[in-house]
Write a protein that binds this ligand. Structure first.
Ligand SMILES: [Mn+2]
Length: 348
């Protein structure tokens, strides 16, 4: 049986709101979802697993209808889904009562239940979030009813507030496959067996690296999966070490050139470190405004000229502070005290 496993689409999310490409980003997850549907059709997969947080918040009726429409394009594929913490089922949510197409199975109970998929000899176990948080380890020691079936667990969680688990909870698991969602980074927790799909596309710029989905096949209780990346957006960290000699223009040209060499779907998170000229520090704001720069974290330290400052501030507190520290043993502690003290006094 061939299957596709996706999670954390967060449909309805608006990433990079203050950036010129915000509108595009809003569409990325919908586009990626359509790609998955097309791929399911082309590869004739029999099962599509959606491991929670399909929506970023309570879905609107038109969003539910759109998803249902997309799923109706693959009537021969059985689809199983659960609600995660972001789209958890509230008493009034339309998600709870929505009527899905025939090929869609929603495990909407708060307790673990399974759905049996006709013609596939497969049972998919899972539960939906009814609350924003579930701090209990509900996936530990689950019992499988009938081992003759192909048994799959569809799950969502992995941090302290969202059904925590340890990797060891799944060592020797009787499930043929465990399809996880929630943590946005894709990873095989146990190779070919317990898999965190990761967000289909990054949700914000903290979701660095590749994103996509897992495609797999289970034959006689043995599973193999492979990761398929999708390239609508990828956030890439870029560390730059500056020195006092580098000018703003040179730095910007370097960044521009560097970004130019990369594929257009990549957006950059820049971290500045090193020492900059204290009289003309790096203008991080101007870097922030550059094309395809999503974030700039400025960790530059000012390269103070203490002799010059001492003369300039003579009898003022700053000048006296530097003189005072010069009389102390010149060890690391004094150096740090000098640096932080000057930084604080200059900021006043
Ligand atoms: Mn989640």
């Amino acid at each position: 049986m061939k299957f596709i496993h996706i999670a954390d689409l967060h449909l309805g999310v608006k990433p990079d709101r203050d950036k010129p490409w915000a509108k595009e980003r809003e569409n990325d997850n919908w586009q990626a979802f359509e790609d998955v549907i097309n791929r399911a059709k082309e590869d004739q997969v029999q099962l599509l697993l959606i491991a929670g947080d399909l929506f970023h918040r309570q879905p609107l009726m038109r969003e539910l209808k759109e998803v249902n429409y997309q799923l109706s394009r693959i009537p021969q594929v059985q689809v199983v889904l659960i609600a995660g913490n972001h789209d958890h089922l509230t008493p009034t949510s339309s998600f709870r009562t929505f009527e899905w197409g025939e090929n869609v199975h929603f495990l909407r109970e708060e307790q673990i239940k399974y759905v049996e998929l006709e013609g596939l000899e497969t049972r998919v176990y899972g539960l939906s979030y009814w609350h924003k948080e579930i701090p209990k380890s509900l996936y530990r020691n689950l019992q499988i009813e009938d081992h003759d079936y192909c048994n799959i667990l569809l799950a969502h969680g992995g941090d302290d507030k969202h059904i925590p688990f340890r990797n060891s909870d799944f060592e020797g698991t009787e499930f043929d496959y465990v399809a996880f969602g929630h943590i946005h980074k894709p990873m095989e927790i146990i190779k070919d067996k317990v898999v965190m799909a990761g967000a289909l596309q990054p949700i914000d710029c903290n979701d660095i690296g590749e994103h996509g989905y897992f495609e797999g096949e289970i034959v006689d209780h043995v599973c193999h999966v492979k990761f398929i990346p999708l390239y609508y957006c990828e956030y890439v960290p870029l560390s730059l070490k500056v020195s006092p000699e580098i000018t703003q223009g040179a730095l910007q040209d370097f960044v521009k050139e560097r970004i130019h060499k990369t594929p257009p779907y990549q957006k950059f998170k820049i971290t500045l470190s090193g020492f900059c000229d204290w009289e003309a520090p790096v203008d991080a704001e101007r870097l922030r405004g550059m094309e395809r720069v999503v974030q700039v974290i400025d960790q530059c330290r000012a390269d103070y000229d203490f002799e010059k400052l001492k003369l300039q501030y003579g009898q003022q507190i700053l000048g006296r502070y530097i003189q005072e520290l010069e009389t102390m043993p010149q060890d690391e502690v004094t150096k740090k005290a000098l640096y932080y003290g000057v930084e604080a006094l200059l900021a006043e």
